[in-house]
Design a protein around this ligand. Structure first.
Ligand SMILES: [Zn+2]
Length: 308
């Protein structure tokens, strides 16, 4: 069962019933007479269900603003249902949204290829039909502060890291931070954009914040221990990939070769294929960026190392 949990100080989290690709968290910060929603979900049905679950809270404090932590669809495709509010994101996030919308998700899932089949396996439970992209109507760079019915909320863009723009949502008086996908709890992070050094710097910034409660983009509510775990994973993968790059091993061979050790039990470990390619591109800027089908194809071969 999906659930809404109070975190104190007017902060709440909505969590999905299941874990896995696209199963993201959403947050609600309530002030006097109004609320801020942190992220919408991957499709309209799921977002509607989440808004219904939050209705007892939003009846007296309606959602007047939404912040999308970043531009991956599982954090904004539901915006359409909140188009009457102020929708806020960093400029980098808006650029990502314009690049990959619901239509592109459909195209990724359509072909009868290892990549298409893998995308259908992980995203087939979502319904991307009929989603009209509702882009943010307010963007910011760096940092901005909101007043949500008397509650101070700080938005800090720490991207490019996971994506081109990654916003932390810090509620100082509640000592709570919604991290978007800068923190995955229980699953592997995926470095779509990088550089990895920006992401580890974001972890350091998070560790220095005045906050005890860490609400990740995916997985259960946690503490700064999960931030350290993400930083350790990123440093480990960077070091392992860089050693293989120096030895002349191709990126995909390196992804198959790397043993994740204590990180092997993290969910969606196939994201290693994307992460290794991102490290290789940092080390050799001449390497081309891979498109969605290529990246999902590489991950598919980690899930099933000998396709066809
Ligand atoms: Zn996500």
């Amino acid at each position: 069962m999906a659930s809404v949990t109070p975190l104190g100080g007017g902060c709440h989290v909505w969590r999905p019933a299941e874990a896995g690709w696209g199963m993201s968290n959403a947050g609600l910060v309530t002030g006097r007479g109004e609320s801020l929603l942190v992220d919408t979900l991957f499709d309209l049905r799921l977002t509607r269900r989440m808004l219904d679950a939050l209705a007892p809270l939003t009846a007296s404090a309606p959602v007047t603003a939404v912040v999308n932590t970043h531009g991956n669809g599982d954090h904004w495709f539901g915006n359409q249902l909140l188009a009457h509010t102020e929708i806020i994101a960093s400029r980098g996030s808006l650029a990502d949204m314009r690049q990959v919308g619901p239509r592109e998700m459909g195209l990724l899932m359509a072909p009868d290829t290892p990549s298409g089949r893998f995308a259908r396996t992980i995203f087939g439970g979502f319904d991307f039909d009929g989603i009209e992209p509702a882009y943010p109507n307010r963007t910011f760079d760096g940092e901005t502060v909101l007043d949500i019915g008397g509650t101070e909320v700080r938005l800090i863009d720490v991207g490019p890291a996971h994506t081109a723009g990654d916003t932390l949502v810090h509620v100082p008086h509640a000592r709570t931070v919604y991290t978007g996908d800068i923190v995955f709890a229980g699953s592997a992070p995926v470095v779509w954009q990088g550089p990895i050094a920006n992401w580890t710097a974001a972890c350091d910034l998070l560790l220095g914040l005045d906050a005890d409660t860490v609400v990740p983009g995916h997985g259960p509510v946690t503490t700064k221990a999960a931030v350290r775990e993400i930083r350790d994973y990123l440093e480990y993968v960077h070091e392992q990939a860089a050693a293989r790059f120096a030895a002349g091993m191709p990126a995909q061979d390196a992804a198959l070769d790397i043993r994740l050790g204590r990180f092997a039990s993290l969910g969606e470990s196939e994201r290693l294929a994307v992460n290794v390619h991102t490290v290789y591109r940092e080390l050799d800027p001449a390497l081309p960026a891979l498109d969605g089908p290529e990246l999902f194809g590489r991950m598919a071969s980690l899930v099933c190392p000998h396709p066809g």
